[in-house]
Design a protein around this ligand. Structure first.
Ligand code: SAM
Length: 266
């Protein structure tokens, strides 16, 4: 570990051990929700799942350990390498491949797919987002669902936003700061910076990464969905993951989980 006060400008995805810790606390609740949504919305028992943009695969590991046949892919090799080691250590299996969300071909049709925590918003154009949804629809069995989670921008949202949280694992403590640096509603681009302060004993490492997300209001996402008629919107939820409390899709909801279903019958 490097020590010092100067932040290293690097992709946080090249430090998968720290990025893996960032969302770890939510993993069980999310996996519970994915299982509950599959039971509620799929007309068949779900066995095979796909995670686009799986990163270090915390959900792949959790769901594989619950007995599901998992597959997943990511644009980057580093998180996938980390995930392969994790699977071997835990004696689990998953089919992994490196691909772009906007242009992928899954090895075989799946019963359901899931993609949470804003990864979808890395697709910066309408065309890439549409192609992603089309590819997912082609990957699903008719009746299969896609659980897609990302942050919608309410019309009256405060655009200056900073989120801070910490995570601890095996003697390492990581403090995360996620800051919105700029928003451009016309181009629908949000620029963000994630800063990590990693502490282990007396060592410390600072990392800083900047990236862009595409912005969506509820009606912009509805418009995109209309371009992918193979998928129907069943319901929406928020990050409380309460399967008994579907919400209304409107301009007040922010952290949103969409349940999209591939139309047709097997
Ligand atoms: C916030 S992480 C989420 C990882 C995982 N879904 C989770 O919940 O732990 C976002 C991931 O999206 C991946 N990603 C970004 N753009 C992508 C693209 N165009 N195609 C596939 N993966 C992409 C990044 O490499 C990163 O691993």
């Amino acid at each position: 570990m490097v020590s010092g006060r100067q932040a290293l400008a690097a992709s946080w995805y090249d430090f998968p051990q720290y990025y893996d810790m960032a969302f770890r606390d939510e993993t069980r609740r999310e996996a519970d929700f994915i299982e509950a949504a599959c039971r509620k919305y799929c007309p068949f028992p779900v066995r095979r799942l796909l995670e686009p943009a799986c990163g270090t695969g915390r959900l792949i590991v959790e769901l594989a350990s619950r007995g599901y046949e998992m597959s997943g892919f990511d644009l980057r090799g580093e998180p996938l390498r980390y995930l392969r080691h994790k699977l071997v250590r835990r004696g689990l299996r998953a089919e992994l491949f490196q691909a772009d969300m906007a242009d992928f071909r899954p090895p075989q049709p799946v019963d359901a797919a899931h993609n949470t925590w804003n990864s979808f918003r890395y697709l910066l154009s309408e065309q890439a987002a549409r192609r992603h949804l089309q590819r997912v629809a082609q990957s699903l069995r008719p009746g299969g669902i896609y659980i897609l989670g990302f942050h919608l921008l309410p019309l009256d949202a405060d655009e200056e936003c900073t989120e801070r949280w910490t995570a601890r694992h095996a003697g390492t403590r990581v403090a995360y700061t996620l800051r919105v640096l700029a928003t451009d509603r016309r181009r629908r681009r949000e620029r963000l910076r994630i800063s990590l302060l990693v502490r282990r004993g007396t060592d410390q490492l600072r990392l800083r990464d900047e990236f862009q997300f595409r912005m969506y209001t509820a009606s912009q996402f509805r418009r995109l969905l209309r371009q992918v008629p193979e998928l129907e919107l069943c319901d929406v939820y928020d990050f409380w993951y309460d399967i008994d409390q579907p919400l209304e899709l409107n301009d007040e909801i922010s952290d949103t989980l969409f349940i999209l279903r591939r139309k047709g019958r097997d």
